[in-house]
Design a protein around this ligand. Structure first.
Ligand SMILES: [Zn+2]
Length: 122
């Protein structure tokens, strides 16, 4: 990871990702977090690619996210895709999954921001 977001260090972002990874019980996964130029993931604020066999994933965050809540939302969003894959690999239809994740992630991020010290990522 070369870039950082807002005033978060690389370690902060790693901790933020690990926090949600634990909450969603995705401990079996080896997840690498990367901050990438926004133009590298056009029309998206974040992206996840994974190998289900190896249980490895790369979660990319666009470098133009502007709030901590947005960062939480994007990490939660992408990890939820991993979660849905993990529990229902074949039965969740993609667009329905996207709609569900798109609805759930901002609610989780908003509640998290309200319940925690917003100056800390976790
Ligand atoms: Zn999505």
């Amino acid at each position: 990871m070369s870039a950082v977001l807002l005033d978060l260090t690389e370690d902060d972002l790693k901790a933020l990702c690990q926090f949600w990874q634990k909450r969603f019980k995705l401990d079996a996964w080896d997840i690498v977090l990367e901050v990438v130029p926004a133009r590298d993931i056009p029309e998206e604020d974040a992206h996840i690619s994974y190998s289900s066999h190896q249980r490895t994933a790369t979660l990319q965050l666009a470098d133009d996210l502007s709030t901590l809540e947005e960062i939480h939302e994007m990490v939660v969003h992408e990890l939820l895709h991993l979660f849905f894959f993990f529990i229902e690999p074949k039965t969740v239809e993609h667009t329905l999954e996207e709609q569900a994740v798109h609805t759930i992630a901002p609610v989780i991020a908003e509640l998290h921001m309200k319940s925690k010290d917003p100056t800390k990522p976790w």
